[in-house]
Design a protein around this ligand. Structure first.
Ligand SMILES: Nc1ncnc2c1ncn2[C@@H]1O[C@H](COP(=O)(O)OP(=O)(O)OP(=O)(O)O)[C@@H](O)[C@H]1O
Length: 580
């Protein structure tokens, strides 16, 4: 808005004479000359033509002139304006050390006043139009600007605060513009919560004139609405994720291993092994510490082997009272014993018919039950409690334990024949500490899961927490990690997880930078793609085209339509990809 300042050229008078000190008292002027400028060796002197006569006559010492860069004069060129301390001709204008004219202050002042009025009108309108809340203090900390936005935000009226020290209304520690005034340092986008229901971003800058700080501006933008929207967006994202998970649960054509997270070599090798045995109906014995994911693997094997309608029946052999084992496994007939369902009940074997029976914690099975189980496994038949009819069962058996079964056999606590019956295919799932790199993926998986469950926003896992998770030895394996993340989410505030909410065992576990570095190195090594991108694209195209051909009974027209390409393109692609 420089254009609002008075234009120098319009104010400039050029009816003047310049003379040197030696010559000036010998000159005489008529009334048409208004100003005489006398050039002394180091200074300029100006006087009106009238005063020249007086000076000449009485030899009065002349006023000295001061030189000013009058910044309030608008000019495109580099003009110097020389101010005379008194008199009618107040300003000499010098350009490139040559006097070019003079300005009369009585002409200048109204123009400056008008400029001030215009600038103020613009300034006020800008301040009231902006969305931001603006407050300004001067050098003495007095409030000089307090917009309507500030009135609304802080419920303080302009008439109450303007002209008064801002410190009368707010504690010094909360005054950002006071800090800016004192330090001279501005800042941008500082988050601040002035009220429980309000989030603002603050910018602040010092007001500097000729190197001196004369005040400070603070500008606050209310971002509560954006924060709410962001939260809603996060929630929506999480809901979509949740729905996707649900859909994939229902979709039995989906990858059976989709719930088993982890990219470590150890877990990938285990999955590869399981994939190999997937198509067979062989009995599987899953070994591994508690919480490593044995049940998850059992479900993956079940999904690989059966259609979605076949039952998966888990039974925790460690959680059933010994007296109820038989009826739990084989069911009972009506009136078999007092207190039982009068209509009788199906046992787990019967329920699992055509599907999979998962015998979890098999080592806990009492010896007398082991014999009965062995018989079913050998003969595929059993009697229910109180029943006289031999029942036949055809189900796939997966057993699991965290105990050393062989050792139990040598101690006589587990039947050797049953051990060999079950131990046809043994899969050992590695503990989490042996695939610690999976901690990162697993933690994030559980983070999203629990953020959604508890309807919390979450901004990721801070590095400090991740380091603690990596350095811990996880005796409870993935289950323990899952519980820790659930705890962190439950105690999180405003989407932040706090290291102080980690269980004591994790906080106390020793930090091991060497281990962390090795882990990072391992992860970088594993990040190398096994196939090139081109190969992957080629493979994907081959697969898609083959599928389309299969679906359309090799009808190329229909397959091209399905793929959204022309028949010619389909032929070309088939040729390129070697599809006959
Ligand atoms: N690789 C994995 N990816 C995702 N979640 C996992 C993984 N492994 C285990 N979990 C989760 O950890 C928890 C424990 O898993 P699971 O019950 O399968 O372990 P387990 O070895 O059968 O335990 P236990 O011996 O105590 O019966 C479950 O909530 C499971 O979903």
């Amino acid at each position: 808005m420089k254009h609002l300042l008075p234009d120098l050229k319009e104010l400039l008078h050029t009816d003047f004479v310049v003379t040197s000190e030696k010559q000036w008292n010998m000159l005489s002027f008529d009334d048409s000359i208004n100003l005489v400028v006398v050039q002394k060796p180091l200074q300029l002197i100006a006087l009106s033509a009238g005063s020249y006569a007086i000076v000449n006559k009485y030899h009065i010492p002349l006023d000295e002139m001061t030189i000013n860069n009058a910044a309030f004069i608008h000019s495109d060129d580099s003009w110097d304006v020389i101010e005379k301390k008194s008199g009618q001709y107040d300003y000499l204008v010098v350009k490139d050390k040559v006097v070019t004219g003079y300005i009369k202050s009585n002409e200048l002042i109204p123009r400056i006043l008008q400029a001030y009025t215009y600038l103020k009108a613009y300034d006020d309108t800008i301040l009231e139009t902006t969305d931001s809340t603006i407050s300004v203090i001067d050098q003495q900390m007095n409030t000089v600007v307090w917009t309507s936005g500030a009135e609304r935000l802080y419920s303080i009226k302009k008439e109450d605060i303007l002209g008064k020290p801002m410190t009368d209304f707010f504690p010094e520690s909360r005054l950002d513009n006071l800090r800016t005034l004192n330090t001279g340092k501005g800042f941008y986008h500082k988050e601040h919560q002035p009220r429980e229901d309000l989030l603002v971003l603050i910018n602040s800058n010092p007001v500097v004139v000729n190197g001196e700080i004369i005040g400070a501006v603070s500008c606050e933008k209310d971002v509560t609405f954006q924060a709410h929207l962001n939260q809603k967006l996060n929630n929506a994202k999480e809901t979509i994720q949740h729905l996707q998970q649900r859909v994939s649960l229902m979709d039995h054509s989906a990858d059976p291993f989709r719930f088993i997270k982890g990219s470590s070599r150890a877990i990938q090798n285990t999955m590869d092994k399981v994939r190999q045995i997937g198509a067979t109906q062989a009995k599987v014995l899953l070994l591994g510490e508690s919480g490593v994911g044995k049940e998850l693997f059992a479900k993956a094997i079940y999904e690989m082997r059966t259609s979605g309608s076949a039952p998966f029946v888990p039974i925790n052999c460690g959680a059933i009272p010994a007296a109820l084992f038989e009826s739990e496994l084989f069911g009972y007939e009506k009136g078999a014993f007092s207190g039982a369902n009068p209509h009788g009940n199906k046992g787990k074997f019967e329920l699992a018919n055509g599907g999979t029976l998962f015998l979890d914690e098999i080592a806990e099975l009492p010896l007398e039950m082991q014999v009965k189980l062995l018989r079913v496994l050998q003969e595929g038949t059993f009697y229910s409690v109180g029943g006289t009819k031999l029942k036949t069962v055809n189900c796939s058996i997966i057993a699991a334990t965290n105990k050393n079964l062989k050792e139990l056999v040598s101690q006589g606590k587990f039947r050797e024949d049953l051990y060999y019956r079950l131990n046809i295919i043994t899969i050992t799932i590695p503990p989490l500490r042996e695939r610690i790199e999976d901690t990162i993926e697993l933690s994030h998986q559980f983070l999203y899961e629990f953020a959604e469950k508890y309807n919390r926003s979450c901004q990721g896992i801070p590095k400090e927490i991740m380091m603690a998770l990596i350095d811990y030895h996880w005796p409870g394996n993935v289950r323990e990690l899952r519980n820790v993340i659930e705890r962190l989410i439950v105690f999180s505030k405003n989407g932040h997880l706090n290291v102080g909410d980690l269980p004591a065992a994790l906080q106390e576990s020793e930090r091991n930078p060497k281990k962390t570095n090795t882990l990072l190195q391992k992860m970088t090594d594993q990040a190398q793609p096994a196939v090139s991108l081109d190969d992957a694209i080629r493979e994907c195209q081959q697969k898609t085209i083959k599928q389309a051909l299969e679906q359309t009974n090799e009808n190329k027209n229909k397959a091209a339509e399905l793929l959204g390409i022309s028949r010619t393109t389909l032929y070309n692609k088939m040729h390129q990809l070697g599809i006959s």
